[in-house]
Design a protein around this ligand. Structure first.
Ligand SMILES: [Zn+2]
Length: 324
């Protein structure tokens, strides 16, 4: 492969930092997996990411000047395609010119995109949704995020923040969300918020859940409710019905609005809670416009932990470089 058929992809989450040299077929040539570390200052994080880029270039025996570009997916809301991070709750950043800092560290232009957009792009170009031109992807993990590919192109919205499905409202004046508003889907289904709620309920009056955690509330996670629900526990069943009604309705409305051919449903909450996932899909199928739901393919993500680096690199290779 000629070096210009390679790109560097970086996946910068709240905890994990991955980088890889990726080829045009989505193959990972050389990858490293690091931690973001405890110093979350932009300078420290940028220095760490730049070191990872250098390590994968060394590992793949190519020069930075030879590859097609560097794509970086970051867990943040971005200001359009400027490379500026408007807000990153995970990193604790607000108004950080991340793109410029990376350019200064690497002495090479970079393409900055939202980490979930990179993951969705990977699934469409090289993963489970290959061949689909209209794809909605929803990941329910620590938070709840989404990505959209419409007519074969990543949909960027007017200001770069489309498909924020986690902040679609499911309850008027409902539970508090990290975005500062109330009643968002993420306030109910996001793993962090849900685990918080479960801990409180276990300590106040849900003894079966506290027992299931071996009296260790700190270890409570949605998977414990899943196991209770599969055993017929009434309270767990009722909670799963509540959450699947919220989630299924949001998905149904999105499918009715967008008419995608594929819906990719992923994230740790979906992986760890198959009953909740199945119930949500039942609500989705019942409530979406029938002709839109009829041929909809509901798919599991295929690329796992590599999706972020593959997608960021594929974006550079297929969409061309932009930003800086
Ligand atoms: Zn919200």
């Amino acid at each position: 492969l000629a070096p210009n058929e390679l790109a560097v992809g970086v996946d910068l989450g709240g905890t994990n930092l991955r980088a890889a040299v990726v080829d045009t077929s989505g193959g990972v040539v050389f990858a490293v997996h690091d931690q973001v570390g405890s110093d979350l200052s932009p300078e420290a994080v940028v220095a760490r990411a730049a070191r990872c880029v250098q390590r994968v270039l060394d590992g793949a025996a190519v020069e930075l000047s030879e590859v097609a570009g560097v794509g970086i997916g970051i867990a943040a809301q971005l200001e359009g395609s400027s490379g500026v991070v408007a807000v990153s709750p995970n990193l604790g950043w607000r108004k950080v010119d991340f793109g410029r800092l990376m350019v200064e560290a690497l002495r090479r232009e970079v393409t900055v995109l939202n980490d979930l957009d990179a993951i969705v792009y990977a699934e469409v170009t090289h993963g489970v949704a290959r061949g689909h031109r209209d794809v909605l992807a929803v990941y329910a993990g620590t938070g709840v995020g989404g990505g959209l590919v419409l007519a074969g192109r990543p949909y960027r919205g007017a200001t770069g923040v489309p498909a924020e499905i986690g902040h679609v409202k499911v309850v008027g004046d409902g539970r508090e969300c990290g975005c500062g508003q109330r009643g968002c889907l993420e306030a109910y289904l996001g793993g962090a918020n849900l685990s918080d709620r479960l801990r409180k309920e276990a300590l106040s009056d849900w003894s079966a859940l506290l027992d299931r955690s071996r009296n260790d509330p700190g270890s409570i996670h949605p998977g414990l409710v899943e196991s209770l629900a599969t055993e017929g526990d009434e309270r767990a069943g009722a909670l799963w019905r509540e959450l699947s009604n919220h989630f299924g309705r949001v998905l149904a409305n999105a499918v009715t609005l967008l008419n995608p051919s594929a819906l990719v449903l992923g994230g740790t909450v979906m992986e760890g809670c198959p009953t909740l996932k199945r119930l949500s899909i039942e609500v989705l199928k019942k409530q979406a416009l029938a002709v839109a739901a009829e041929r909809l393919k509901i798919l599991d993500p295929a690329l796992g932990g590599d999706a972020g680096v593959v997608g960021a690199a594929a974006y550079v290779l297929h969409e061309g470089r932009s930003v800086q």
